[in-house]
Design a protein around this ligand. Structure first.
Ligand code: DGL
Length: 272
């Protein structure tokens, strides 16, 4: 018998990867931009689909989920966390930053660039209920929206469409029309996609809005910010692997992720 206790050093599973998460599969639109900007980094994505949509839930619940998923990623050894969910950002980014020493990059609706681009002076912001009602969005509008008309539009049902990879059905078309047509009728020439699920509905939104209306998705700006925050010293030549975890049904997530990600990615259950 050994006189000394043995210690086992467990290497974090995803040391040096970049962690990315969303309430569901929507954040894959951000993951795609990060993958394009950083082809050889390893990426770990969590779809909290078992708890989606966040947009209609309480702030306390969204904060609790954000901390839980963020801290799980931190325990895996990731070197940075990207919140690929506008709703989680506006409700809980500050809490997550208080609970981790890791760099946290958080997406937010592209209101500032929309103000620079609009010619009619009318901007539509498409987002979840929690996002359109948030203090953060009110602040962005007050800070950048002087002299412009910013119409905030919640889009109930859109997240569920994307979670089902239902991107081109008559139901999709009519739900998109319901929230986009009134904005165009009010003169909006710039629509902010203020939820990371919505870029997957880009074609349907553009069809309803018309070709003259610009759709803004800040995913590439988020990817640039990830690159900037990593800096030279945190960049790694990884294998460019992508791991996807879900808190929802794995078979369903695998089907939807294969459709939306259009690359090889095996979905695993998030271990609790
Ligand atoms: N992708 C999330 C966002 O950017 C969707 C939130 C939800 O689950 O309602 O806001």
């Amino acid at each position: 018998m050994s006189a000394h206790p043995t210690t086992t050093l467990v290497e974090p599973a995803f040391a040096q990867a970049i962690g990315v998460f969303d309430s569901g599969v929507g954040g894959l639109s951000v993951l795609r931009a990060i993958r394009e900007a950083l082809p050889s980094e390893d990426l770990v994505y969590v779809a909290d689909s078992g708890h989606a949509p966040y947009g209609d839930q309480s702030e306390a619940h969204i904060t609790q989920r954000t901390l839980e998923v963020g801290q799980w990623l931190a325990r895996q050894g990731v070197k940075a966390i990207t919140i690929a969910c506008n709703t989680a950002t506006v409700v809980a980014a500050r809490s997550l930053r208080e609970h981790t020493h890791l760099p946290v990059v958080a997406i937010e609706p592209a209101i500032k660039p929309a103000v620079a681009l609009t010619r009619t002076g009318v901007i539509g912001v498409l987002a979840t209920r929690q996002t359109v009602q948030s203090d953060s969005v009110a602040k962005l509008c007050a800070q950048y929206g002087q002299g412009k008309r910013i119409v905030l539009q919640a889009c109930p049902g859109w997240v569920e469409l994307v979670e089902q990879a239902n991107l081109h059905s008559p139901l999709t078309e009519s739900l998109v029309r319901e929230f986009v047509a009134p904005l165009v009728a009010q003169g909006a020439d710039t629509l902010v996609l203020g939820c990371t699920h919505y870029p997957f509905l880009h074609a349907a939104i553009q069809r309803v809005a018309g070709e003259g209306v610009q759709l803004l998705d800040p995913a590439e700006a988020v990817a640039r910010e990830v690159v900037r925050r990593l800096g030279e010293h945190r960049r790694t030549q990884g294998a460019g692997s992508t791991w996807v975890f879900t808190t929802g049904d794995v078979a369903q997530a695998q089907r939807v992720v294969s459709h939306l990600w259009q690359d090889r990615a095996t979905v695993q259950a998030l271990p609790s």
